[in-house]
Design a protein around this ligand. Structure first.
Ligand code: GLN
Length: 197
């Protein structure tokens, strides 16, 4: 098994570490590889799109020819997790800011996102979230986080904060507005790995 982490920009090393910790904890073996160029995504069994800056990430994914490979991976039903900026990229539809800047989204998941849903007042914060697949609350770190405004019938809402949807899934796709790679709790990465193993 091989798990790819898009390494164009953002919190890449933290995701690699979190995946390795999660694999260790479950006693399973997989290669975790970072991806900067085309030709690797197609060799991966699962993929992580990290947080960062979604405009930059989107542009570079297209320029490097990786965006099309991610589409193919999704068509093949392989697990893909997008966190924060990664969630934005997964969406089919953006907000006004996305439209104004002609920002490119991968458009894999049937949802509309608000890029900076929590505004300047709450740039970064941590909160306890209830996630349906966990038996106790999860401490989630939000940094200039997006939220899901609207979603189609195939999307399952997993968590809300402040009346906004901050986690959802659609089959092989997992979208999180927060950063599971920034805490030592591996339970969210474990949930993602459950889609692979
Ligand atoms: N708000 C950022 C964006 O629009 C995402 C922030 C993050 O990934 N921490 O790209």
């Amino acid at each position: 098994m091989r798990i790819g982490v898009i390494a164009i920009q953002g919190d890449v090393a933290e995701h690699v570490e979190a995946l390795k910790r999660a694999l260790d904890e479950r006693g399973q073996i997989a290669d975790v590889v970072t991806i900067k160029h085309k030709g690797i995504v197609s060799k991966c069994d699962a993929l992580v799109l990290p947080g960062g800056e979604s405009t930059t990430l989107g542009k570079l994914l297209i320029r490097e020819g990786i965006a099309d490979e991610i589409q193919d991976m999704n068509n093949a039903g392989k697990p893909i997790m997008g966190t924060c900026a990664g969630l934005i990229l997964l969406a089919k539809q953006g907000d006004e800011q996305v439209a104004k800047t002609h920002q490119h989204l991968l458009g894999l998941m049937d949802m509309q996102v608000n890029r900076n849903a929590f505004g300047r007042q709450r740039d970064s914060f941590e909160t306890e979230l209830e996630l349906p697949f966990l038996s106790s609350p999860y401490n989630a770190v939000f940094i200039r986080a997006p939220a899901i405004l609207d979603s189609g019938k195939d999307v399952t809402i997993l968590a809300r904060f402040d009346d906004m949807v901050v986690a959802a899934e659609q089959g092989n796709l997992l979208a999180l507005a927060f950063h599971p790679e920034l805490t030592l709790d591996t339970r969210v990465h474990q949930y993602f790995l459950n889609k692979l193993f």
